[in-house]
Design a protein around this ligand. Structure first.
Ligand SMILES: Cc1cc2nc3c(=O)[nH]c(=O)nc-3n(C[C@H](O)[C@H](O)[C@H](O)COP(=O)(O)OP(=O)(O)OC[C@H]3O[C@@H](n4cnc5c(N)ncnc54)[C@H](O)[C@@H]3O)c2cc1C
Length: 548
């Protein structure tokens, strides 16, 4: 094009992480002309790697609705290995937690060990995955391009002007300036926050509770916990093939093992925990070393580990904006808010939002091409409520870290909310699922629990990490069990399990009434509930009628 010429497109998406690329592709499938703008280039390193059943259900629905076989097949470890073995990933069978104490090795005390395992899948083939983001995001970009998305990497956007008929983006690529008029702009730039900056969207961070810093990298040579504590009793799955969480006085560490032996690991530190580790001025390497020295089992696990990238440090991982939509624009979740990696909410929430925006665009009248009004307002309101809910959940979990009994009980709130949602979505088909509230938002039983839990926990910990009395902890444990009972289809908060929870379809059958179903109806739905339905037809012709 010649200098000064104005280009046009229906939708411009800023940022080509998996969320931006996937949305770009879904809109292209629907016939929209999409430009996807990326400041950097692929493949590129990113964290935010661990998926969950709700994330993978979104991916399956997207695959089925828009006829995208790769999305469906990347939703379980078994299908992924069969079809995309070149994309690096890790097997994730569930959520593993250990509590470590300063100067002490992790103690195997049999059933009384400070260890919690919650299975997310009944077997490896149906399991979730950790995404090696460099590979996965690159895959989604390539697929977007194959679908006709106009992808522009190494592109610097310099401004946006919102007009009545379009949003005008200005920028440059390879030193060449350009002007692009888009009917709508989606900000998928993550914490990079393109629209936050350009439109001066106010921060709403002060209304959030969670604060944490991070030190992290990818490593080779990390030894699994099973080698560190070989006598641990068998759990519902091998402990290390999971999102492994090591709770410590200063916060917690995540450790995600990829199938090729690389481990993604990072410490999330509370403000007090950061101070105790030498403070921000100490630098990433020093904080990292001081924590490994303090916790001998972790120190041993990482003794031979080599970082693949310099260990990085960020003093605050949280961000939160005041609103997520406006006239001719919308933010994806990671541009709008981020709380903390605890409970791996990011990918699932992002995919849910991608589904919602794709549905909204699917409903746009042909003569307009840009969503507006109530549909966008609904999207924005959902994100705001869900960001609050994630924050309350995670803030409660940090408070509960004062004592493992509190933490394990509090975790049941999360697992009850997501297992009930997962079963409901598997039974209910894909109709209402994308708009279902994330983490119990809109569910009169679940929604209030995270806030209530946080205030109960703060009374116990006095807001500064006190462990509370045995009777205060017992009361909290029984409050959790009572509160989740109407949604507890997974047999959670059951002392006879000793914190080792398999996927138990027997419990689900027994509790059929909680789902409003007869036992026979649940029996009939078992293949879907186990994620074992045969692969549906995924060609474009087969799915054309399903697109909303
Ligand atoms: C420490 C940490 C750990 C996490 N762990 C998990 C986890 O285990 N599980 C989970 O589900 N979630 C996790 N998350 C959240 C997860 O990272 C996000 O949900 C996910 O990355 C969102 O993907 P995205 O595609 O929306 O954005 P991003 O991955 O943030 O991608 C944004 C893209 O936009 C580009 N960009 C930025 N600015 C501009 C600009 N001005 N112009 C053009 N392009 C731009 C960037 O280069 C990048 O490619 C974690 C997050 C953090 C911070």
């Amino acid at each position: 094009m010649s200098a000064g010429e104005v280009e046009r497109c229906d939708v411009a998406i800023v940022g080509s992480g998996f969320a931006g690329s996937l949305l770009a592709r879904l809109l292209a499938v629907q016939g929209h002309q999409v430009v996807l703008v990326e400041r950097g280039s692929h493949p590129r390193f990113a964290i935010g790697e661990s998926t969950t059943p709700l994330a993978n259900l979104s991916l399956e629905r997207i695959g089925i609705r828009y006829g995208l076989a790769d999305c469906y097949r990347l939703a379980t470890h078994g299908r992924w290995m069969e079809h995309y073995p070149h994309l690096r990933r890790g097997l994730k069978r569930g959520f593993t937690y250990y509590r470590h104490h300063p100067g002490e090795r992790f103690a195997d005390r049999g059933n009384a060990s400070e260890r919690l395992l919650v299975a997310a899948s009944p077997e490896d083939a149906l399991a979730d995955t950790h995404w090696l983001r460099a590979d996965v995001d690159h895959h989604f970009v390539r697929e977007a391009v194959a679908e006709g998305v106009d992808y522009r990497d190494r592109t610097e956007l310099t401004g946006i002007a919102l007009g009545t008929g379009s949003a005008r983006l200005t920028g440059s690529r390879g030193g060449e300036p350009f002007v692009l008029d888009a009917g709508f702009v989606v900000d998928a730039s993550g914490p990079g926050g393109f629209l936050a900056r350009e439109l001066a969207i106010p921060s709403a961070l002060e209304r959030t509770e969670t604060r944490s810093a991070i030190v992290y990298s990818h490593f080779t040579g990390v030894r699994p916990m099973r080698e560190m504590v070989p006598a641990l009793s068998d759990g519902p799955y091998p402990d290390d093939w999971a999102a492994v969480h090591h709770l410590i006085d200063e916060g917690w560490m995540y450790s995600l093992r990829f199938d090729d032996g690389v481990t993604s690991a990072g410490f999330l530190l509370t403000p007090r925990g950061l101070d105790a580790s030498g403070g921000a001025a100490g630098g990433a390497g020093r904080i990292w070393r001081s924590l490994l020295e303090r916790y001998p089992t972790l120190g041993d696990a990482f003794a031979q580990a080599t970082p693949l990238f310099p260990i990085a440090f960020r003093e605050r991982v949280q961000h939160r904006l005041a609103y997520a939509t406006g006239d001719r624009w919308a933010l994806l979740p990671h541009s709008f808010a981020f709380t903390d990696p605890l409970y791996s909410t990011g990918i699932a929430w992002s995919l849910r939002a991608v589904e919602r925006l794709a549905l909204i665009f699917g409903d746009v009248a042909d003569d307009d091409r840009a969503p507006r009004g109530p549909a966008l307002a609904r999207y924005g309101a959902a994100l705001e409520a869900e960001a609050d809910q994630i924050d309350l959940l995670v803030a409660g979990a940090y408070e509960a870290m004062a004592h493992f009994e509190l933490f394990a009980a509090h975790a049941m709130l999360y697992f009850a909310a997501v297992s009930f949602a997962e079963v409901s979505q598997r039974l209910g088909g894909d109709e209402g699922a994308p708009w279902g509230g994330f983490l119990g938002v809109g569910d009169p039983v679940v929604e209030p629990l995270f806030r209530e839990a946080l205030s109960r926990l703060r009374r116990i910990t006095r807001g500064h990490g006190a462990t509370g009395t045995a009777s205060e902890r017992r009361d909290f444990v029984s409050w959790v069990a009572r509160s989740i009972a109407p949604r507890n289809v997974a047999g959670l908060a059951d002392p006879s399990r000793h914190n080792l929870y398999p996927v138990d379809l027997g419990v689900l059958l027994e509790r059929h009434a909680l789902l409003g179903l007869t036992r026979e109806q649940v029996v009939e739905a078992l293949p879907a509930l186990r994620g074992m339905s045969p692969e549906p037809p995924l060609g474009r012709a087969a799915t054309a009628g399903r697109r909303g």
